[in-house]
Design a protein around this ligand. Sequence first.
Ligand code: ATP
Length: 248
Amino acid sequence: MILQTKHLVKEYGTGDTRFYALNDVNLQIGAGEFVVIMGQSGSGKSTLLNMLSGLDRPTSGEIILDGIHLNRLNDAERTLVRREKIGFIFQFFNLIPVLNVLENVTLPLRLGGEKNKKWERRAKELLAIVGLSDKLTSRPAELSGGQQQRVAIARALLSRPALIMADEPTGSLDSKTSKDVLELLKSCCSQFNQTIVLVTHDAQVASFAERVLFMKDGRLADELFIHPDESLRSQQIAEIYRRIEMIA
Ligand SMILES: Nc1ncnc2c1ncn2[C@@H]1O[C@H](COP(=O)(O)OP(=O)(O)OP(=O)(O)O)[C@@H](O)[C@H]1O
């Protein structure tokens, strides 16, 4: 088990304005699993992702990442765990404007003092997979939104983090590039035993996962295991829509 929560609660406000963004969330995610979180706007998906990755603290409950109780760590300790174990693919790409594409992708490792040809080679491989081989020396401002998103994806995958946290990672991509990125993420699970937790509103995207968790009002409301057979994809997508309707 790589990631687990026990009775996770996140409250905002007090008294009359008290509001539970997460209300007793218990989940277990195995190493190498590809899990998607779905749910209506405001159901708590981003809050859950922020807690799971140690970006924010729960009001109560436990989060155990690779045997480490995140809720028992201080901010500095959580930052270290995050840096070592988690790759982030969020909507805000956070690329460094003065660095080119290749430098942006290798930056996290260079900050950690690792500088060698192996990483540069791997960065180029990842950039080739996401279709950016001809943009290695471009600056972020010279790229489209979708291209910037792909740079951020390559950057998140470079160090082969145990856990990849993604929030609408294919939101700015066309359907062909989106499929390539999802296949790349899948291969991270199957080849390197990396674990993916991905938030999306898109049933098509969710159908690439192994398991879909459905949130409602801060709780886990339903769970669907996706059949790995590609020929059943359209049926799986229909079933995802059905589950969304059921909890609406
Ligand atoms: N800092 C905050 N203070 C008060 N309420 C908050 C705060 N952050 C989130 N919330 C509330 O918690 C609930 C869950 O928010 P969250 O962002 O997790 O939803 P979501 O499922 O990710 O939604 P979306 O799909 O729109 O991104 C929402 O009702 C939101 O208004």
